[in-house]
Write a protein that binds this ligand. Structure first.
Ligand code: PMV
Length: 334
């Protein structure tokens, strides 16, 4: 049988969770214990090219001009094997990826990486996937990647099925629904010592209130969607900040405890709360890292960004918007 294979390129945005994914019901398929909500970051993400090649004896991937390490290749193969199985092709692929997100610093570069990989690989091997199938494919590489294919304001359904086919994300509001600015206050902490996967497993098995955290996520998701529907920053702040701090509480209460924060992380938390008390429409969230992401109404973006940049230990404040989901690129673009 002759199969359609061709070079394909895709861009996918990173995303930041407003209510977090922190706990798996199936570690192999990256199935979550709770649903989660996110926003896609406009131009921060990954551009990935997939080229199936009959002459290759295995998949090879270069990320930011470096060969991908073994742990990374295991996850990439997990995605490519599914694509090959569905397409009937046996060809391995050469892959090249460029990130515009600093890797492993709490800014979820894996989300954009696996969303771009899934999008480009499906095209390269001639698969016609629904948005839900594409999201689930990206999820199998990295859980949070399921939300990057969807883009905008996305909801990742936790799903019930064992095969994960109902655990995918979809866009619930377009980026234009609430054109918030996104500020990333970068706090340097070196490469993080403990991966998200390991951190979640540690919290699950040793934090005393881990089940309560998952139940809280089940309540936070509808509250977050309601705040987004009404574009109500004060309600959003209560859910988003509470959810991020509760996630970090499970890390702090694990054995051994995980402390991702640096002094500047706490500095930004207090600054955002103070700015809001003074009337600025903003809120913060923190992933498994030391950097802080701040959502802010456009009219307050400038003063809030200036205040964040003045916090001791902030390397830089990256400013972006809420963006669309993953997209294929034409040969002129990549
Ligand atoms: O998709 P992973 O395995 O990189 O996990 C992401 C976990 C958090 O970023 C901390 C939370 C989230 O929902 O994105």
């Amino acid at each position: 049988m002759s199969l359609p294979t061709r070079r394909a390129a895709a861009f996918a945005p990173s995303n930041i969770a407003l209510t977090k994914y922190w706990g798996k019901r199936d570690a192999r398929l990256n199935l979550p214990l709770a649903p989660s909500v996110s926003v896609a970051l406009a131009e921060l993400g990954s551009l990935t090219i997939v080229q199936p090649d009959a002459d290759l004896a295995e998949d090879v991937m270069v990320v930011d001009d470096q060969p991908l390490d073994d742990a990374g290749m295991v996850k990439v193969r997990r995605v490519l094997d599914q694509v090959r199985q569905r397409s009937g092709s046996r060809w391995f692929a050469g892959l090249r990826s460029v990130n515009t997100v600093p890797p492993a610093r709490g800014l979820a570069s894996s989300a954009s990486a696996f969303a771009a990989l899934a999008t480009a690989a499906a095209e390269a091997y001639g698969l016609a996937l629904t948005p839900a199938e594409l999201s689930a494919l990206a999820r199998s590489g990295s859980g949070s990647a399921s939300r990057s294919t969807a883009g905008g304001f996305a909801l990742w359904h936790k799903g019930e099925r064992d095969d994960g086919s109902d655990s995918f994300a979809e866009q619930v509001f377009a980026p234009e629904h609430w054109p918030l600015r996104v500020l990333v206050a970068r706090v340097e902490a070196g490469r993080k010592a403990v991966s998200s996967t390991r951190g979640m497993a540690l919290a699950d098995t040793s934090a005393p209130f881990f089940r309560a955290w998952i139940e809280q996520c089940d309540r936070d998701v509808p509250a977050c969607l309601d705040a987004l529907a009404h574009k109500h920053m004060r309600s959003l702040a209560e859910v988003v900040e509470g959810n991020a701090l509760a996630m970090h509480a499970t890390m702090l209460a694990g054995r051994p405890p995980l402390v991702y924060w640096q002094p500047a992380t706490v500095g930004v938390i207090h600054t955002v709360r103070q700015l809001r008390a003074e009337g600025a429409e903003c809120c913060f969230t923190i992933d498994a890292g030391s950097s802080v992401v701040v959502l802010v109404e456009p009219q307050d973006a400038r003063p809030v960004a200036d205040a964040l940049a003045a916090v001791d230990g902030i390397e830089e404040v990256i400013q972006t918007r809420i963006g669309a989901g993953a997209r294929l690129l034409s040969s002129g673009e990549a």
